[in-house]
Design a protein around this ligand. Structure first.
Ligand SMILES: Nc1ncnc2c1ncn2[C@@H]1O[C@H](COP(=O)(O)OP(=O)(O)OP(=O)(O)O)[C@@H](O)[C@H]1O
Length: 268
């Protein structure tokens, strides 16, 4: 399937990169998402934080149309993903939780393959690939096989690949999984720079509370429900806590947050 890069309808400047309104999703009797409403503005880092099983991946699967949203509305830059999927998906870049690069191909080949799926011509694709690799400081590795890269570098190639069709919204599902502390920091800094320089909107799903600190906005998802939505300072003030981890605990209920706290300790 190719997604036409030219399917870009005019968009009001006030439209957020992502808006989700009243979305519920069930797997049989299990409610994975319960009346979820949230926004990810353009030019901002929005952290979606929750424990394992909170519903983060389910939400991403609905935004990317892997699942059909049967209730509520999901808009990407104003385009309803159900009613106008081509326009919505053309504005969307995704880095999935599992790695999805072909290890035997070079970095450039991986990018060109993805660009072809988006209907981008080869010459244009090559130019865009080098621009995107420069954005993540990897232009010198274009001709290397992916297998030769570190885990953090592979993640940055995936981000470059997600940027090829020039989306307005970048979704990242637990992107620092398996990375050491230095690679995690580099990845966060690269994404922060993309936001500041390109004005892209980012929704970064994580269960690591220390990754919230850099976010402009935080959405706390717990057992499928949005428990808090605001700036890091608002989250701290609401919970009456200095520390963002303590604020998270207070919002979701201390007894329930063990997975997140342990994850935070493990990553410190
Ligand atoms: N395909 C599926 N079939 C049945 N239940 C599912 C399916 N996918 C997710 N669930 C359930 O939905 C809930 C939300 O899971 P989801 O994977 O969205 O959470 P998550 O926040 O992404 O967690 P993780 O960080 O572990 O991936 C969980 O209770 C999970 O068991």
């Amino acid at each position: 399937m190719t997604i036409a890069p030219q399917s870009r309808a005019p968009v009001a400047p006030s439209e957020p990169a992502l808006s989700v309104t009243g979305v519920t999703h069930t797997f049989g009797a299990r409610k994975a998402l319960d009346d979820v409403t949230l926004e990810a503005p353009r030019g901002a880092f929005t952290a979606l934080v929750g424990q394992n099983g909170a519903g983060k991946t389910t939400l991403f699967s609905l935004i990317t149309r892997l699942y059909d949203n049967r209730s509520g509305t999901i808009r990407v830059l104003g385009h309803d993903v159900r009613r106008d999927p081509a326009a919505a998906l053309s504005q969307l870049g995704v880095v999935f939780q599992s790695r999805t690069l072909d290890l035997e191909l070079t970095v450039l080949q991986n990018l060109l393959y993805h660009a072809a799926l988006h209907g981008i011509g080869r010459r244009e694709a090559k130019e865009r690939a080098y621009v995107a690799l420069r954005r993540v400081s990897l232009e010198g590795r274009a001709k290397d096989r992916v297998r030769a890269l570190s885990g953090g570098q592979m993640r940055r190639v995936e981000i470059a690949r997600a940027l090829l069709h020039q989306p307005s919204l970048l979704l990242l599902d637990e992107p620092t999984t398996g990375l050491d502390i230095g690679s995690r920091r580099t990845l966060i800094e690269e994404v922060r720079r993309l936001i500041d320089e390109d004005g892209i909107g980012v929704l970064w799903a994580t269960h690591l509370v220390d990754e919230i600190e850099v976010a402009d906005r935080v959405v706390v998802l717990h057992k499928g429900r949005v428990m808090a939505d605001g700036t890091v300072d608002e989250l701290r003030a609401r919970a009456g806590a200095e520390d963002v981890g303590a604020a998270f605990l207070a919002v979701v209920g201390a007894d329930d947050a063990e997975g997140v706290v342990l994850a935070r300790r493990a990553s410190a």
